[in-house]
Write a protein that binds this ligand. Structure first.
Ligand SMILES: Cc1ncc(COP(=O)(O)O)c(C=O)c1O
Length: 384
């Protein structure tokens, strides 16, 4: 039996390669600091843990969770959107829950008919799942160049009308992983206008919007009402819930949400009922991400100062818990990586995120303050 060609390539999920590298060094006895994966190590918002425990204690039996999410969960998401974005989303027709945004992002392309062609537009540096999903589903995709010159945002004016004709899905991730670039509202509105004109679906991945150090990053929810976007939000980073697996998909396009409900019903179930109980508390509260950000700001400053003292150029930094940087005298990402590994620090080369990553690296700072301090000290000892 022939395997899907994507699987015979035996490609490893790019972000796991460097996490594995950290494990290998640890096994060799190196005192490793692993700054490769955006997995917050600080505590989950306590109300989430309390509600989850209570939900578990109040149940003696089990039951399948609804795959689209409980009524209370969907209402909590709808209330969150009204409070934060002044937008009324019908919890029964415009929102569904997902088991973290990764799987939802991966499956999104299955919504559309690709038999008549069409392409997915993906930033040339991005969360690998957009490309992995397109490749596994044998859908053509086009990388849109991200460079320092275009502030690491796809240049919408550089896309020709012929190219727009083939675009069916467009991934936009703002605040952006790995570069931390933020699209302003004008940019998002322009994208929405283009989507309506050329009839494609914007897939907005916004899992870092609540971790910001300046103005609140605009959301696709803030643009003029349109049926041409699907939004993927996650509690993973916002509420330190990566292990809980709960997020939400939203769209003003009710046909899309109805299709997602049909598509996802045979795929599996929703997040476990007790996780949904915790998630409701996370959506209900807007203060805890702000509180988390106080700690992140301190960690970011500590590491950014250490990097800049060594001559690194740090880009963006208005949101998320990533530092994206380069060095004018070191042109290859792996050379930068090697310098850090000499000091027992493992980070991710820009090349893991796509074709325009050469020369850049990404470091996470969602680790404890103690680890950040230790990292800053070691950066001071880098052999540059
Ligand atoms: C840009 C981006 N989107 C989506 C995700 C998926 O997050 P989760 O599945 O935990 O919601 C991540 C995780 O690192 C990410 O960086």
């Amino acid at each position: 039996m022939k395997l899907n060609p994507y699987l015979t390539q035996k490609r490893e999920y790019p972000l796991f390669i460097y996490a594995r590298k950290a494990e290998e060094l640890k096994a060799q006895g190196v005192d490793v600091i692993n700054l490769t994966i955006g997995d917050p190590l600080d505590d989950t918002y306590p109300a989430v843990r309390e509600a989850t425990i209570k939900a578990l204690q109040g149940k003696t039996n089990s039951a399948y969770p609804a795959s689209k999410g409980s009524k209370e969960l969907l209402e909590a998401v709808s209330d969150w959107a009204r409070r934060n974005h002044d937008l009324n989303l019908d919890p029964t027709k415009q929102i569904i829950s997902c088991n973290g945004s990764k799987e939802a992002i991966f499956h999104a392309a299955m919504l559309f008919d690709w038999s008549d062609g069409g392409e997915i537009f993906i930033p040339s540096l991005s969360y690998p799942v957009y490309e992995n999903s397109a490749a596994l589903h044998s859908i053509k995709y086009k990388y849109l160049p991200l460079t320092e010159e275009n502030n690491f945002l796809p240049d919408l004016d550089a896309i020709s009308d012929e190219d727009w004709q083939v675009c069916k899905m467009f991934w936009i991730n703002s605040p952006h992983n790995p570069t931390t670039a933020i699209a302003d509202l004008e940019y998002l509105q322009k994208l929405v206008d283009l989507a309506e004109k050329h009839y494609f679906m914007i897939c907005a991945d916004e899992c870092y919007n609540d971790i910001h150090y300046g103005p609140v990053p605009p959301s696709i929810l803030d643009t003029k009402p349109s049926k041409n976007w699907i939004l993927f939000r996650s509690l993973s980073k916002r509420s330190h819930m990566t292990g809980y697996r709960c997020g939400a998909i939203m769209s003003l396009n009710e046909e899309i949400i109805a299709a997602l409900i049909r598509m996802r019903a045979p795929m599996g179930q929703g997040s476990p009922t007790f996780i949904q109980a915790g998630a409701i508390q996370a959506w209900k509260d807007d203060q805890h991400p702000k509180d988390f950000t106080v700690g992140y700001r301190k960690k970011k400053k500590m590491l950014q100062n250490a990097l800049e003292e060594k001559g690194f150029k740090v880009f963006g930094g208005g949101a998320s818990f990533y530092l994206w940087f380069s060095h004018s005298e070191i042109k290859e990402s792996t050379k930068i990586l090697d310098l850090f590994i000499e000091q027992g620090i493992v980070i991710t080369p820009g090349t893991a995120f796509g074709p325009d990553g050469e020369g850049y690296v990404r470091m996470v700072f969602c680790v404890t303050e103690e680890v950040c301090r230790k990292t800053a000290e070691r950066i001071g000892k880098l052999n540059i």
